[in-house]
Design a binder for this molecule. Structure first.
Ligand code: LLP
Length: 415
């Protein structure tokens, strides 16, 4: 059991959230090891019939402690920068289990990946292929690469997180991929051994993925491949009323399309593994009335969790403790906007939420914050980034300390 409401209060496994807030302060990221592991197993089991290799998408949560938990379960990693590659290696990932994607890898990043022996590089342009050929030739080695193909499929998701449409910046279009594969001998130091697609994140149905696979499968007849990487994108229920297909439902639709194949399958799930394993805890600072609603100012903001501001994303919010209500309130009087202290109108974590009466010092919990929460956190308004704790039963381990004000200026002391 990960996050649960028991005895009028929210818990993470066997730790009371209010105790964690007292001990580590707020804003605070709390992760459940049990949930992370259960999520990994759920996705891995769904794709077991395809013998798929699973590469956790580090961009969704890059904390080394979480990466180590997943590595111990057998996960590989999907990285998109030299920094993420460094983190995965530091977390003890075997280099061969790392796939390196990204539309604008620098030459230095590509050299780093090759020198570290990263398993695959997912190439996103013909020019990147030329750079890789030069790097591999200079080292007299042969590097395994996959072509990330833009299948020209519009994913059913928010336009900011759709990546497979023809106008998106990602991947090589099908016609160009065809010509590269037909002329693979132009790259003697590259083993073009894979194809890669990722049409978007938080996909509402498997249909787009199936369409994308069907569109790129003919390419495998032009040039033999050893691996087809399907990317990530399995959705998460952010609203209590959301019902999305499980990873198993994606696998079920994908399996028939890939039957009789001679190559291996890889997937790169991020959110479906990390999102509901994490929550953000905040403390109420001030409450003020506004037009029949309440504005609840908390100590977490868009600098800890930018998703609501950036994508108008919904994150479910609850009071950590349900105190005794002294007044009976109609739902309309309970409506609250939960906002942060940052000087931006967009700094709102949730609007129009029905919550119990909150007082200064009460805690709120923002759910599904384990993916694209801390990994997108910033120091805007010179706010030190929050602490992160990993819960394992009744044990809470600090896995990243809260930044200090000194940390904010540390790197400016260079000159
Ligand atoms: N593979 C590739 C090549 C990707 O670009 C992504 C996500 C993933 C895998 C993992 O996708 P997931 O399983 O997490 O959906 N910041 C946005 C999401 C951006 C996703 C970018 N790419 C958000 O908070 O919704």
């Amino acid at each position: 059991m990960s996050f649960h409401f028991t005895d009028q209060a929210w818990w993470c496994e066997d730790c009371a959230i209010s105790d964690l807030a007292d001990q580590f302060g707020t804003p605070l990221y709390v992760y459940s090891r049990a949930q992370l592991e259960a999520n990994y197993r759920r996705v891995a089991d769904a794709f077991a019939p395809l013998n798929a290799h699973l590469h956790f998408s580090v961009k969704s949560n890059a904390n080394g402690a979480l990466l180590r938990v997943l590595r111990d379960l057998g996960s590989g990693f999907d990285v998109v920068s030299g920094g993420e590659l460094f983190r995965a290696l530091k977390a003890g990932a075997a280099p061969a289990t790392i796939v390196f994607a990204g539309v604008g890898k620098t030459r230095a990043e590509l050299e780093y990946a090759i020198d570290q022996g990263a398993g695959w590089i997912n190439v996103e342009s013909a020019q990147e292929l030329d750079v890789l050929e030069e790097i591999a030739a200079a080292r007299s080695c042969r590097s395994s690469i996959a072509l990330r193909v833009n299948p020209s499929v519009e994913a059913d998701t928010h336009h900011h997180i759709a990546t497979g449409g023809h106008r998106s910046k990602f991947g090589i279009d099908v016609a160009e991929a065809r010509s590269i594969l037909q002329n693979a001998n132009r790259y003697p130091h590259l083993d073009i051994a894979g194809l890669h697609i990722h049409i978007g994140s938080q996909l509402a149905t498997p249909d787009g993925t199936v369409a994308a696979i069907e569109r790129i499968l003919p390419l495998t007849e032009l040039h033999p491949i050893r691996c087809l990487d399907l990317g990530g994108g399995f959705p998460v229920a952010y609203r209590p009323t959301d019902h999305f297909p499980e990873p198993a439902a994606f696998a079920e639709k994908i399996i028939p399309v890939l039957k009789d194949r001679s190559f291996e399958i890889a997937i790169e799930p991020g959110r479906s593994i990390s999102a509901d394993a994490g929550a953000l805890i905040a403390t109420v600072q001030y409450i003020k009335p506004r037009d029949g609603r309440r504005i609840v100012v908390v100590d977490a903001s868009m600098t800890e969790l930018i998703r609501p501001a950036l994508y108008e994303a919904y994150h479910h919010i609850e009071a950590v403790n349900r105190g005794e209500e002294t007044t009976e309130l109609a739902d309309t009087d309970r409506r609250s906007d939960i906002v942060g202290p940052v000087c931006e109108s967009a700094d709102v974590l949730g609007t129009d939420r029905v919550l119990p009466i909150l007082r200064r010092g009460d805690r709120v919990i923002v759910f599904n914050a384990g993916a694209y929460g801390m990994s997108m956190a910033s120091n805007y308004n010179s706010r030190p980034r929050p602490a992160e704790v990993l819960i394992d039963g009744a044990t809470a381990r600090l896995i990243r300390r809260r930044e200090t004000r000194e940390d904010l200026i540390e790197l400016e002391n260079a000159g």
